[in-house]
Write a protein that binds this ligand. Structure first.
Ligand code: GDP
Length: 243
């Protein structure tokens, strides 16, 4: 059942300013993580749509909040990746204002999925995300990504250590091992997201004033003409942000 919910995903819009957010109703779950932690791959894997989250890799969109719509007014929200070594101070300040305010104030937000490379967990910026969630006590579920790069034993050790550290920092957090490429922990992650989303009332889907742009999916094209967003031309999966 959860799988069906994710497969109906469609790209809705991207915003760079809090005033452009869709109405604050329904339920949404946000994904956060350091750049390169595997956040886009995780969203793609959860939705079973390899191309869906690459919208956040498009030049000009790496610093935007990207919304993906599921049925019943529910959204997955892809927050800008963080931790760019050379990001100018002004950009970091903008990121803090955008993400910090979103996490603290968004009422529709039911929980956060924190994507961390299983080999490098709880960096200072990951901790900052937890601080921002603390005032609202929203649940946080950590995906320890790229678990395929660790042996089973090393992965389990990382999971336990992260769980222990998290329980001191943020008691409302849970942790699991995850791999998009090796399909480790997919179902557990879907259930965690669905559980958060189900905490919200179902409302009518939001239809933005301007037509939303379709992101070409490599699977299950919708009936009729699925238009490729002209701005996606030349953007291939795996393109890294231009920051
Ligand atoms: P993002 O910047 O956090 O959105 O990260 P991406 O999803 O773009 O992934 C960054 C890099 O890590 C890409 O080269 C991916 O192919 C790779 N990657 C993502 N998930 C996994 C995984 O589960 N296992 C492995 N081995 N590599 C992964």
């Amino acid at each position: 059942m959860h799988q069906t919910m994710f497969h109906r995903v469609r790209y809705l819009l991207s915003v760079g300013d809090l005033s452009q957010l869709p109405p604050d109703r329904g339920a949404e779950v946000a994904f956060a993580g350091r750049s390169n932690a595997g956040k886009s791959s995780a969203i793609n894997a959860l939705c079973g749509r390899r191309g869906i989250a690459f919208v956040s890799k498009m030049p000009g969109r790496t610093q935007l909040i990207n919304f993906f719509q599921l049925a019943g007014g529910r959204h997955l929200v892809d927050l800008p990746g963080y931790g760019y070594a050379n990001a100018p101070a002004a950009m970091r300040a903008r990121w803090e204002a955008l993400i910090g305010t979103y996490l603290r104030q968004r009422r529709a937000l039911r929980g956060l999925i924190l994507v961390m490379d299983a080999r490098h967990t709880l960096t200072p910026l990951d901790r900052r995300m937890l601080d921002w969630c603390a005032s609202t006590r929203r649940p946080v579920h950590a995906l320890l990504s790229k678990a395929d790069k660790l042996s089973r034993q090393a992965g389990e050790r990382q999971r336990i250590e992260t769980e222990e550290a998290l329980s001191r920092l943020y008691p409302a957090a849970s942790v699991q091992l995850f791999s998009s490429t090796a399909s480790i922990g997919l179902q557990e992650a879907r259930e965690a997201v669905a559980k958060m989303l189900e905490m919200g009332e179902a409302v009518e889907d939001y239809i933005p004033d301007a037509p939303s742009e379709e992101v070409e999916s490599d699977r299950e094209p919708r009936s009729g003409a699925t238009k490729r967003n002209p701005r996606l031309k030349g953007i291939k999966p795996g393109v890294k942000p231009q920051l």
